[in-house]
Design a protein. Structure first.
Length: 583
């Protein structure tokens, strides 16, 4: 039974080149991806690049303290991210801190005053009638496909009993919007040109209850509006009062930007009492978004939908406008009374919940007050980074000196392993910047420096196990293989504890401390990869060389220097004399 086991062990020892080739291919692939994407350096955080940090605190109105919750805070973050991105800001950070604070970090090069005005404004949701709409840059108005009707016993997506259900006559498909969620054809107008709708406010006003308020100045603004430009979209309708008509931008189901002239707000977001995503098993549309209006809001919604139902497309649509941008524009064919409405289409759970949160947020009496604004100088961050890198270089140099003095030839393996770990860390950090928005800040640099000690500790554990086997009188090649199982368990337990600490720290903290936790966790995982795929196979190959295998005095594995015991020799036990028996 011993022979097969020995054969398997020999086979495993004879192919360490496969592991080395695998990790070298991974490094080459990551490096190639880094240069191909143009991201050759890690993305820097605000403390290294400089910029403005704004702390906002959520303040509810009296009696509405429950409005501050995780769902609404996350929705507020989504809205603020869209606002900041609308200013043309790249690499901005918007995140919650605690239960009622939001931190907005804006890199250098942005108008900080304009950014403060944008992120500090309370989100406003309005329901406005559509006077005219067309593809931005096109010359014809859009004709909506969806419609809504009322039925006493309707059970399909285009009928409703106690709730209104604007829905499409064709199978809708999701499309991305600037908010990053899916919007269905049931909520968007079909961009097919139509001769029934005019591209000017004056022509559309004849069929609209509020169209006569569209002035020539608004027509000129509408004619110049180019919704394909992010900066233009962010400023569309700036300064317009709820009681005035305005222009706005939105995205249709084909991913094209549309521009609108909208009438005065007929229903306010605060008139929505509740909105939620609901799975409707009896509805072919599946996920739907239901809205419940207040008593006053239900009456206003019924009145405006009754007026719109008499108009021709696109003037039978109402636009749901959040922060000046159209997030939905369903059409109606009859008055939707009763205080309830249902939006259906090809929603999935995520897109339905996203739209429901947007609708709910407009109904919340939640405002934000500016707690603090701090300007971070890149010069200060650069000085701190330089000091951190110097400290890291000194620590790394001390580790290398210790390895050279104590482990001699084995230190070559340790240094090469540290270089491989550094290459993996650098390339992955460079790629994670554009991929998930990871930014290298000062705490993250500290996490990378701490990881040097964790990685070096893994090498030391393995080296000491090998030296223990040599002290027992074994030759190097079997010592390397016998030491690995025990060293592997110790390394895995140690790295698991380190990774668990990093994960807990990442979950329970916010802001820059998360950068430290993320880097620590990442480098801990890479330590396992490097030890298993590089350090151990490389030592296996080195053990076959004459320098290490013969126990050279500078190899770090000299049996005499380690005080090895002489190899044990097995001798036969002398047999007892056999007495002859007499016949």
């Amino acid at each position: 039974m011993a022979a097969p086991k020995k054969g398997r062990s020999a086979s495993a020892q004879s192919k360490p080149g496969r592991s080395l080739a695998l990790i070298l291919i991974a490094i080459a692939a990551l490096t190639g991806g880094m240069f191909a994407s143009g991201n050759t350096t890690p993305r820097l955080g605000i403390d290294l690049a400089g910029g403005t940090s704004i702390t906002l605190r959520a303040v509810p109105e009296r009696g509405q303290e429950s409005a501050i919750n995780k769902t609404n805070m996350n929705t507020a973050v989504e809205i603020m991210e869209r606002r900041v991105n609308g200013l043309g800001v790249s690499e901005s950070e918007v995140q919650t801190q605690g239960d009622e604070n939001i931190i907005v970090n804006i890199p250098k090069g942005t108008n900080s005053k304009e950014a403060r005005d944008q992120v500090g404004t309370t989100a406003k949701l309005y329901f406005r009638p559509v006077l005219t709409t067309e593809i931005s840059g096109g010359g014809a108005a859009a004709t909506p496909t969806p419609s809504a009707s009322s039925s006493a016993s309707g059970d399909s997506t285009d009928k409703a009993t106690s709730s209104a259900s604007p829905s499409g006559s064709t199978s809708p498909s999701p499309s991305s919007t600037t908010q990053g969620r899916a919007v269905t054809d049931a909520l968007k107008a079909d961009p097919t040109p139509s001769t029934s709708a005019s591209s000017s406010a004056s022509a559309s006003a004849s069929g609209s209850a509020s169209g006569d308020q569209a002035t020539s100045g608004l027509e000129a603004q509408y004619a110049k509006l180019d919704c394909t430009k992010e900066a233009v979209r962010a400023k569309a309708g700036d300064g317009a009062k709820p009681s005035d008509p305005t222009v706005a931008c939105g995205q249709n189901s084909q991913g094209q930007w549309q521009k609108y002239i909208l009438g005065p707000a007929e229903v306010d977001g605060t008139d929505v009492d509740k909105a939620q995503a609901v799975w409707n098993a009896q509805n072919a549309a599946g996920w739907t978004v239901t809205m419940q209006f207040t008593n006053a809001g239900g009456k206003k919604f019924g009145n405006i939908t009754g007026k719109l139902a008499k108009n021709q497309p696109p003037q039978n649509q109402f636009a749901i406008v959040l922060d000046g941008q159209v997030i939905s524009d369903p059409s109606v064919s009859e008055a939707l009374t009763g205080g309830n409405a249902e939006i259906s289409g090809n929603f999935n759970q995520q897109s339905a919940e996203s739209l429901a949160n947007m609708l709910s947020y407009g109904a919340l009496p939640l405002t934000f007050k500016e707690d603090s604004v701090s300007t971070v100088s890149p010069a200060l961050g650069t000085e701190q980074l330089k000091a951190g890198l110097i400290a890291g270089a000194i620590g790394l140099a001390l580790v290398v000196i210790y390895l050279l003095v104590y482990y001699r030839g084995l230190s070559i393996i340790a240094i090469l392993s540290l270089l491989v770990s550094a290459a993996l860390t650098y390339t992955i950090m460079s790629l994670l910047g554009p991929a998930i928005g990871f930014a290298l800040n000062l705490p993250a640099v500290c996490g990378a420096i701490v990881a040097i000690g964790i990685t070096a500790d893994s090498f030391i554990v393995y080296f000491e196990r090998v030296r223990d086997e040599v002290r027992e009188g074994r030759s190097l090649r079997p010592a390397v293989e016998r030491a690995w199982p025990r060293a592997r368990r110790t390394i895995l337990v140690s790295d698991f504890v380190s990774f668990l600490a990093a994960a807990v720290l990442f979950i329970v903290t916010v802001g820059k401390v998360q950068g430290f936790a993320f880097t620590l966790g990442l480098t801990t995982l890479l330590d396992v990869v490097v030890v298993f795929l590089f350090t151990k196979p490389l030592l296996t190959l080195m053990a076959r060389s004459k320098f290490f295998g013969s126990g050279h005095s500078w190899s770090g594995l000299d049996p005499k220097r380690l005080g090895a015991r002489p190899p044990l020799r097995r001798t036969r036990r002398p047999s007892a004399p056999v007495e002859t028996k007499e016949a």
